[in-house]
Write a protein that binds this ligand. Structure first.
Ligand code: NAP
Length: 558
């Protein structure tokens, strides 16, 4: 890179950086570390009082990761970090993940460039200076050539619009924005709305403490035992010994003929086996628990209706076996294709409905009519409640970008651009929004890959793009709209090979009233990262580079 690096400058009330990062969670912190390492002046802002993003806010009882913490839920770029951090459970709890992220911030001295309790209220591109202008909740103004939005794919809570909501006089908490002060359920009647991953993790824990729990369920869910357990020192040692092979496996390209690039795959086709053999595999995977139920299942699981229906029938059988009251068991029966809503792991979820102090309300038959001062009124009557827990999820993937609503060239807002479709190119940039990069935005594999590793790889692409631009004395980069349309077709074509788009879920945005239905996750997994690297290496096809200010006359544009 040429020596165009600027250091922090201040003129009047405005601070100037090379890059501003919004968010100090898993992605934002890695972006800070990496971009700073290439000599840029970088500032990260986050509204929370601590680093960690989603892992700071989601501190509800039972919150934990669902993939194996070691090696999957951690950064991979530093062998030292892998070797010095001791995960204690197979699926780490929220406090442990948050401690890990704090350790990461300290270990790499990130805190001096992170400003906490500072919400970015507005971000506007100034074409005359080719810089982003940012204003924060603390009244601070800053500018930067590059804006990196690490705003989180699951960080804008979805709060349902229930009539009479403000009339409720009890306590109301959201799993996605859990209070910092402890919430006591002891001796209380608790209502929980929502039975996604957060609800399924929280409900058994709340039931252990509360006087009574009423679960308000809109869509029943399949869940598989988490089988969380302490991690033996030998297991951790084995991960460290085999680290290079494991890391290589995480980015290896799938078989060319895999049914789905990010596919489940035990290497067997369901159609080569008898129904009895298939049933034996499902039983074995159930016993094993964990996300192995998806990833060691048949390659056809997420693409073939017949096999998926067979798995659904197997899981419904498990619900009937576990839940003693047949009426409650019937209310718990899911009817969507397994895996097309985010697969869930649990620790005693279905068993919780065998308790006398837990009631299940099926909102499909008995919908919520209103909140009252003392509870929730459904069509069948009032359910008295002292504490209401909203486990109602997030405006996911595109939601946090829409909440930020940056204004691009000519003052056009992202909300206008994304009114009907979340147009982007490679999931990393948006036409009309020069020098703005997203991490884990729509169009990336984000939520269906490994979040920390995905953040590393996306950041590396962003860093290379910045280097490319600066080495050539260029000032701005953005994709063409034609490239966005091609990308949209590519993402949709992958999704359409699967059963995913056939189910309403937060993947499709259907959990948010009025949001366009758009399955925006790139299902390529590792293949996605090879693809974006190839586009960069071959000269950034689909991008337009603009000469730097004052150098327009002698620098070419692509
Ligand atoms: P979610 O999966 O979107 O679940 C939200 C729940 O609230 C659903 O049951 C939904 O019903 C219900 N709901 C939403 N609005 C409602 C309304 N107006 N009335 C009644 N019910 C309503 O959200 P989440 O459980 O927070 O999980 C989101 C994602 O975060 C997960 O899928 C996962 O990727 C991640 N996460 C991971 C873990 C982990 O284990 N590592 C834990 C928590 C979260 P419908 O299904 O009908 O929309």
């Amino acid at each position: 890179m040429t020596s165009t690096t600027h250091h922090t400058r201040r003129d009047g009330a405005t601070e100037h950086y090379d890059a501003i990062i919004i968010g100090a969670g898993v992605s934002g912190m890695y972006a800070l570390h990496h971009l700073r390492g290439m000599g840029l002046s970088v500032r990260a802002y986050d509204g929370a009082p601590s680093v960690g993003g989603t892992w700071w806010y989601n501190r509800y009882p039972g919150a934990r990761v669902d993939g194996p913490s070691a090696p999957l839920y951690g950064y991979t770029f530093s062998d030292e970090l892998v070797k010095e951090w001791d995960w204690t459970e197979s699926q780490s709890s929220q406090p442990e993940v948050h401690s890990y992220l704090e350790h990461f911030a300290d270990r790499f001295d990130l805190r001096r460039d992170i400003q906490l309790e500072t919400w970015v209220r507005s971000a506007r591109y100034d074409e005359a200076t080719q810089r982003w202008q940012v204003e924060t909740s603390t009244g601070l103004r800053a500018s930067a050539q590059f804006l990196v939005c690490a705003v989180g794919a699951l960080s804008t809570p979805n709060t349902p619009d229930i009539p009479g909501f403000d009339a409720f006089e009890g306590e109301c908490v959201h799993t996605g924005n859990w209070p910092q002060t402890p919430v006591s359920f002891s001796g209380k009647r608790v209502g929980v709305i929502g039975t996604g991953s957060s609800g399924v993790q929280a409900i058994p824990e709340i039931a252990k403490e509360a006087d009574h729990v009423t679960v308000f369920q809109r869509t029943p869910q399949y869940t598989v035992p988490a089988r969380n357990r302490p991690l033996a020192p030998e297991e951790l040692a084995a991960v460290r010994e085999n680290w290079e092979t494991l890391r290589a496996g995480m980015t290896a390209l799938p078989d060319a003929d895999a049914a789905l690039p990010m596919a489940p795959g035990n290497g067997r086709s369901a159609f080569d086996e008898t129904p009895e053999q298939r049933h034996a595999l499902y039983e074995e995977l159930w016993e094993q628990g964990t996300l192995a139920f998806v990833f060691r299942n048949y390659a056809e699981l997420l693409v073939n209706e017949e096999i998926n229906r067979e798995v659904c029938a197997f899981l419904r059988g498990k619900i009937r076996e576990i839940v003693r009251d047949p009426e409650t068991a019937e209310k718990l029966m899911p009817d969507h294709f397994y895996g097309t809503k985010r697969p869930i792991l649990d620790s005693g979820y279905y068993e919780t409905y065998n308790r006398d102090d837990v009631t299940l309300v099926d909102l499909r038959r008995d919908p919520i009519e209103e909140m009252t001062a003392t509870g929730v009124r459904t069509r069948s009557g009032e359910h008295p409640i002292d504490v209401l827990v909203l486990a109602t999820g997030f405006d996911a993937i595109s939601g946090s970008m829409l909440r930020l609503d940056p204004k691009g060239r000519d003052g056009v807002s992202l909300k206008e651009r994304w009114q009907s479709r979340f147009h982007n190119y490679l999931g990393l940039m948006i036409s009309g929004f020069p020098n703005l990069f997203m991490i884990h935005g729509p169009g990336t594999p984000g939520v269906l890959y490994l979040m920390p590793l995905g953040a590393e790889l996306e950041t590396e692409w962003i860093a290379n793009c910045i280097r490319h631009l600066r080495d050539r004395g260029l000032g701005a980069v953005e994709p063409t709209h034609a490239a966005e349309l091609d990308w949209d077709r590519e993402v949709s074509a992958l999704a359409d090979k699967t059963l995913f788009p056939r189910t309403d879920s937060w993947y499709t945005g259907s959990n948010i009233p009025g949001k366009p239905r758009h399955f925006s996750v790139h299902l390529g997994g590792p293949a996605y990262f090879h693809r974006i690297a190839e586009i960069a290496n071959e000269g950034y096809d689909g991008f337009v580079f603009t000469p730097a200010l004052g150098e327009r006359a002698n620098a070419g544009s692509r």
